[in-house]
Design a protein around this ligand. Structure first.
Ligand code: FAD
Length: 488
């Protein structure tokens, strides 16, 4: 049996550990925190439970496929949402995005005066983008020439002129829709991988396909159930997870092979090493400088987030699980986010309330509000604007929901980019590794293996195919296939 050491128990590392253990490898995971899940962890305060990071689940099949189909005890239980998002605009317009595509298009027609056919056509085009490129970009290593020589990949390449690489998400959406509010709604999908819709290629409009066509889901006990489920599967498969084990160094021999992992003053030998940590940690702290891939490291990072966790002593029937209170000037918001490195005074505010579905997440008559604003991937700057941001968020919620929210907050905590960086080591607190703010971004993510160190593999949000739960799980699949092929 070959021994594999994995650094980091984020969902990428856990999913890789499960896949490899099932294929017969001896797997040991080293996690610096005392808990698993990395960005996908949870927080409990005064009777309220919060998912700390991700709130939206798409493609749950990628989690299901990690379980043995005959093991009913380890079934991953989740619900498909009927209403995906409640949208609020500052002029009072409200829109409920149904999971039924036809109803959604009808609602956009009624509330935003778009032609229903334009909405349906756009949704169809985004499905085409996804289906044409998923084999090329999401299911295999993008860095091995042989992967380009198969029918589906060649088809994807031949379709390139029709894939919206030469326009931006915004320009495409702006051409299709008459109402700027519809453009804003569809531009928002850029934030699902921490990008800027005014820069990201129109191909990225395909992100909306995952939610609108394939559906949005919630695990029955909230998002943290994903982490719990993966940890259980890992244990069932014989994986050893060592917590409080900060990996300090990877010892590289003269034949460019890692011989051991050093943590807590001890060295552990492995045949194969896989890293689920941000590539900046890997290259700046764990490996000798000569291996640093400077061009890849210089790519623009995705945005970060500032989250306020509020226990609210009241129920708001107008809100659902996912709620968006849009800013008035979206362009300005993204200019601030990616150029000025400061959140605007009128940010888009996202409110996630799992207690709408998971009653035990808040005491009776109360709600658990996860209030999030997209902010720059700059950890030190966040200390300076934190209190202004809180004031601006409260002012926005009060004006749009006609309330005085501060008097209803009975429990509180927060998560800044600096906290994200400290807790998960992602550079500047970026949520999704590199941003997709140019058409070459997909090719400028780190590959799932090292080209200079023979037994080093990479997984997770900072490598191919990118950040977010589905892509991290896909990276685990790609990396596991690469390691298995090498071993055979
Ligand atoms: P991480 O979760 O970053 O885990 C890396 C692990 O490595 C951590 O546990 C860390 O402690 C450990 N580590 C680091 N250095 C070392 C070391 N030297 N030694 C040992 N261990 C180390 N995604 C979605 O799909 N939907 C969403 O709605 C969504 N919203 C988000 C909201 C927020 C606020 C955040 C923070 C993220 C969100 N994401 C969302 C992104 C998603 O959480 C991430 O893409 C994903 O969880 C990243 O998983 P990972 O395995 O790459 O790494």
């Amino acid at each position: 049996k070959q021994n594999v050491g994995i650094i980091g128990a984020g969902i990428g590392g856990l999913a890789l550990a499960i896949r490899l253990a099932k294929k017969g490898f001896n797997v040991t995971v080293f996690e610096k925190n005392s808990y698993p899940g990395g960005k996908l962890s949870e927080l409990k305060i005064n009777g309220f439970r919060f998912d700390k990071g991700p709130s939206l689940l798409t493609m749950p099949n990628l989690i299901e496929e990690l379980s043995n189909s005959n093991d009913s005890q380890r079934k991953f239980e989740y619900k498909k949402l009927d209403t995906i998002t409640h949208y609020f605009y500052s002029d009072g317009t409200q829109l409920k995005a149904s999971s039924n595509v036809d109803d959604f298009a009808e609602e956009v027609h009624l509330k935003l005066n778009e032609k229903k056919e334009s909405v349906l056509k756009h949704i169809k085009r985004n499905a085409f983008y996804f289906k044409t490129t998923e084999d090329l970009f999401l299911k295999q290593s993008l860095h091995q020439i042989r992967n380009f020589i198969n029918f589906k990949t060649i088809k994807g390449i031949l379709c390139a002129p029709f894939l919206g690489l030469f326009s931006t998400m915004h320009n495409k959406n702006n051409k299709i829709f008459v109402n700027p509010k519809t453009v804003q709604l569809f531009n928002r999908y850029a934030t699902y991988n921490g990008s800027n819709p005014y820069k990201a290629p129109a191909l990225m409009n395909m992100i909306s396909h995952l939610e609108i066509n394939l559906g949005a889901y919630l695990p029955v006990k909230g998002m943290h159930q994903i982490t719990t489920h993966l940890v259980n599967l890992a244990k069932d498969s014989g994986v050893t997870i060592n917590y409080n084990s900060l990996v300090e160094t990877l010892l590289v021999e003269s034949n460019n092979t890692i011989s051991s992992i050093k943590t807590n003053g001890l060295s552990y030998s492995f045949d194969i090493v896989a890293s689920d940590v941000d590539i900046h940690v890997l290259y700046n702290h764990l490996l000798p400088k000569k291996f640093t891939p400077k061009k890849l490291m210089a790519q623009q990072k995705s945005s970060s987030a500032f989250v306020f966790y509020w226990g609210i002593n009241k129920e708001f029937p107008s809100l659902g699980l996912h709620n968006i209170l849009f800013s008035e000037d979206y362009k300005k918001e993204f200019d601030y986010l990616f150029s000025k490195q400061y959140p605007t005074e009128d940010p888009t505010v996202y409110i996630n309330i799992t207690s709408k579905y998971c009653k035990e997440d808040a005491p009776n008559g109360c709600e658990n509000w996860f209030v999030m604003v997209n902010v720059p991937h700059n950890s030190s700057a966040s200390i300076g604007y934190a209190s202004d941001l809180r004031k601006n968020v409260i002012a926005k919620i009060n004006s749009m929901l006609k309330t005085d929210i501060e008097q209803h907050i009975i429990a509180e905590s927060s998560l800044s980019p600096l906290d994200i960086e400290n807790q998960t080591s992602s550079l500047g607190g970026s949520l999704y590794g590199n941003a997709s703010n140019n058409k070459f971004a997909a090719f400028l993510r780190h590959s799932n293996y090292s080209s200079s160190i023979k037994n080093l593999y990479l997984v997770g949000g900072s490598v191919h195919p990118g950040g977010g739960i589905p892509l991290c799980l896909l990276s685990a699949k790609i990396t596991s296939n690469l390691i298995t092929k090498r071993a055979n």
